[in-house]
Ligand binder design. Structure first.
Ligand SMILES: Cc1cc2nc3c(=O)[nH]c(=O)nc-3n(C[C@H](O)[C@H](O)[C@H](O)COP(=O)(O)OP(=O)(O)OC[C@H]3O[C@@H](n4cnc5c(N)ncnc54)[C@H](O)[C@@H]3O)c2cc1C
Length: 334
């Protein structure tokens, strides 16, 4: 395969007709950096209608072009129409890479169209690097149960397809470029060929307390927690610091906190200014989900691996340290 015949990097813009999914904006910002290194154009692929205000958020990510797709079959997400759409588009335009948010939908259709194109797809990457020598993208992802970080490339095939974990990158728009190219495609998929039928839509009730991805202060509680009754002090500390409570997987397994509060490889990625981890051992599966400006860890075991990751480590009983922090903050506020 002549890799040089494949140009430009695409980002699939997932949306619900009203709002762009944050992962698509995060991806546009990150892939912009890759394109600056590779000399490719960054093209956002928008399927269906979006309000102008949302389109401007995409334009603000310094995209070089937007490929608008219309046609039948895309009103609601379905595997068949979306997998077909990207197969058809990639065959026509030959992009070098296609980036898809690692959402439920993205993880469903990305490997399917990659398989139809007989190319490679990396799932759930948490880092993407452009290698100027090989011109390949290195997709980095936790592997072997999170024990290693695997670097995966698609060295001889194109396009390089990857799904990227939501919350991995930051939405820091570089600003609109002049003369953004607008391409329009109409590709119809026969609705009769969609094997699932839409019956009704029921949205998850939104609970702001469970929305931790963009929180500046995270008080994370681990398996060192004695019981549910001990949790209140951590909620109090989070409140005092203007943050939210989160947890490791065992606290979800023990049915003490919601899965939506689980930080880590199979949970939420957080990028707070301050993260305080109480009673957490420091498993890779957990710490891989934390990118904090200041990382504080509290553990009774001075050899706990978490002390390798933190800026400040406190060897001590988690409840006692939490109570002391609360007392110090309250004293400071007087
Ligand atoms: C494929 C895969 C994906 C995973 N994904 C995730 C994920 O997304 N998020 C996640 O969190 N985990 C994940 N895990 C699980 C992960 O490997 C660890 O098992 C988990 O993170 C451990 O949680 P913990 O540190 O709270 O518990 P433990 O490992 O049990 O550690 C508890 C710590 O508390 C300390 N402690 C005990 N009592 C006290 C006290 N009174 N005061 C202070 N310290 C005390 C102990 O010294 C110990 O270090 C995953 C595992 C796999 C295999």
């Amino acid at each position: 395969m002549d890799k040089s015949a494949y140009k430009n990097m695409w980002v699939y813009v997932e949306h619900d007709g009203a709002d762009v999914h944050p992962v698509s904006l995060e991806l546009c910002c990150e892939v912009r950096k890759l394109c600056d290194l590779s000399g490719d154009n960054l093209i956002a692929v928008v399927v269906g209608e979006l309000p102008e205000s949302e389109l401007n958020k995409i334009r603000d990510c310094a995209v070089d072009g937007i490929l608008f797709v219309s046609g039948t079959g895309y009103e609601r997400y379905n595997t068949e129409a979306y997998a077909n759409l990207f197969t058809v588009l990639c065959r026509k335009y030959n992009p070098s890479a296609v980036f898809v948010g690692g959402t439920t939908n993205g993880r469903d259709f990305a490997p399917r169209f990659a398989a139809r194109l007989e190319t490679g797809c990396t799932s759930d990457a948490t880092e993407v690097i452009y290698n100027p020598e090989t011109t390949d993208i290195e997709f980095v992802e936790p592997a072997a149960g999170g024990k290693i970080m695997a670097v995966i490339t698609v060295p001889v095939l194109r396009p390089q397809v990857g799904t990227i974990r939501p919350g991995t990158f930051k939405y820091i728009p570089a600003g609109q470029k002049a003369g953004i190219e607008e391409l329009h495609e109409k590709i119809c998929f026969d609705p009769e060929k969609i094997r699932t039928k839409f019956l009704s839509f029921e949205a998850d009730a939104f609970d702001p307390e469970l929305d931790i991805a963009n929180e500046d202060v995270i008080i994370c509680v681990g398996n060192g927690l004695a019981d549910e009754a001990s949790l209140q002090r951590y909620r109090d500390l989070a409140k005092l610091l203007g943050g939210k409570i989160a947890c490791t997987r065992p606290l979800y397994d023990r049915e003490i906190l919601s899965y939506k509060l689980q930080v880590g490889q199979s949970g939420v990625m957080v990028k707070p200014k301050l993260y305080i981890g109480f009673g957490i051992s420091g498993a890779v599966n957990h710490v891989t989900g934390v990118e904090a400006e200041k990382f504080v860890a509290v553990n009774t075991d001075p050899d706990a691996p978490i002390f390798h990751y933190c800026d400040y480590g406190i060897v001590g009983d988690m409840d006692e340290v939490c109570d002391a922090m609360i007392a110090a903050i309250k004293a400071g506020k007087k």
